[in-house]
Design a protein around this ligand. Structure first.
Ligand code: NAP
Ligand code: ZN
Ligand code: ZN
Length: 348
């Protein structure tokens, strides 16, 4: 049993997104159904629709920074009521019994968690469809409360970009007395600057874009390093941790060399090309090269609450559904400050 809703998606890697119809399941006892109000555009949506990672199954309805208003509930739902403002990020479900799930790390579920789009749909069959649609139905355990204080469109990116940077910053203990580097000032990077600063760290931004220098200080960064400038790179004092949010091919060795002894370079960006590591850069100072994937449900609620407490939202460009294809082209060129968010009411 299912019902049809309008959506915006694509049938092939080289085709633009267009309006289409998808099926949503009927509300089950633990399900929350909500009308989608806003949905951010993440670079992962772009990698996926253009099949850069080789994992695309078409048609694809992307979108995984989803906020909206609850319209109906299953009989057994206890955490939400009709009219609540809620959010869903990447995780739509998980096995709920492995060690990772039990620890609240659903993003590392040992039995495979359900991505909210372009992932096998265990209930309806076919693939899951994301937030570029009128409504969505998700089990209440994977739905977040969006704090009332947050501006809704600019809060949407917290559901992927925000949690993706918050989780490693917290895990690697960014805070007072720590020098934290952020590579790339895009959707993830600009929120990483704000969040690391709110955690109390000294924030050093590494960017390929000279024109972002002033703006990055406005976001809260203490230092700006233009990565093409060899002298600036060499003169940068060493860092405790560097968070790499870059979406394209780049050389990580120049950043490994900027870490103190025991420092960590943490990758969250997902470029298609493998990254070459010169092993000397690790062994000479007991450095770590590691990665991090979004964050669990509990931690996603935590970052939403953290952002409300510290008045943090994304800097966004709000667009209509009809502008989605232009937005994806601009995102590819790095022409966004710093996140596109789609007003989903324009789909009606
Ligand atoms: P974005 O808005 O496009 O930002 C990426 C930034 O990286 C750009 O603004 C640019 O910053 C820099 N950059 C891009 N290409 C570069 C290159 N070839 N060399 C050096 N710098 C480059 O993308 P996003 O939405 O923040 O996502 C960033 C990456 O994270 C994507 O690969 C995405 O798939 C991945 N991601 C991972 C997770 C996870 O859980 N691990 C979650 C969400 C997204 P400057 O202009 O400042 O140099
Ligand atoms: Zn994302
Ligand atoms: Zn699990």
């Amino acid at each position: 049993m299912s019902k049809e809703v309008k959506a915006f998606g694509t049938y092939a890697a080289d085709k633009p997104l267009e309006q289409l119809t998808i099926n949503r399941r009927i509300v089950a006892p633990h399900d929350v159904e909500f009308e989608i109000l806003y949905c951010g555009i993440c670079h992962s949506d772009l990698h996926t629709i253009r099949n850069e990672w080789g994992s695309a199954t078409y048609p694809i309805v992307p979108g995984h920074e989803i906020v909206g208003k609850v319209t109906s509930l299953g009989d057994s739902v206890t955490k939400f009521k009709v009219g609540d403002i809620v959010g869903v990020g990447c995780i739509a479900d998980s096995c709920r019994h492995c060690d990772a799930c039990n620890e609240g790390n659903e993003q590392y579920c040992e039995n495979g968690w359900t991505v909210v789009f372009n992932f096998p749909d265990k209930i309806l069959g076919g693939m899951t469809y994301g937030g570029f649609s009128q409504s969505i139905i998700v089990d209440e355990n994977y739905v977040l409360h969006v704090p009332k204080k947050l501006d809704l469109p600019s809060a949407a990116p917290i559901l992927c970009a925000g949690i993706t940077v918050y989780s490693p910053l917290k895990h690697w203990k960014a805070g007072i007395g720590k020098r934290v580097g952020i590579i790339g000032v895009g959707g993830l990077g600009h929120l990483a600057v704000k969040i690391a600063k709110a955690m109390g760290a000294t924030v050093v931004v590494f960017s390929t874009s000279a024109e972002k220098a002033d703006d990055v200080k406005r976001l809260g960064a203490d230092e700006f390093v233009l990565t093409k400038d060899v002298e600036q790179m060499q003169n940068t004092p060493k860092l405790d941790m560097i968070l790499d949010t870059v979406s394209g091919k780049h050389d990580v060795n120049q950043y490994l060399n900027l870490l103190k002894t025991d420092g960590s370079l943490v990758i969250v960006g997902l470029p298609v090309e493998p990254l070459a590591v010169r092993t000397f850069n690790l062994v000479h100072a007991r450095r770590s090269f590691s990665g991090s994937n979004i964050g669990g449900i509990r931690e996603t609620q935590e970052v939403l609450d953290f952002c409300a407490e510290h008045n943090i939202t994304a800097d966004i460009e709000l667009i209509s559904v009809q502008d989605i294809n232009t937005a994806f082209d601009r995102l590819q060129k790095g022409d966004v400050k710093y996140r596109f968010v789609v007003d989903m009411k324009t789909l009606r």
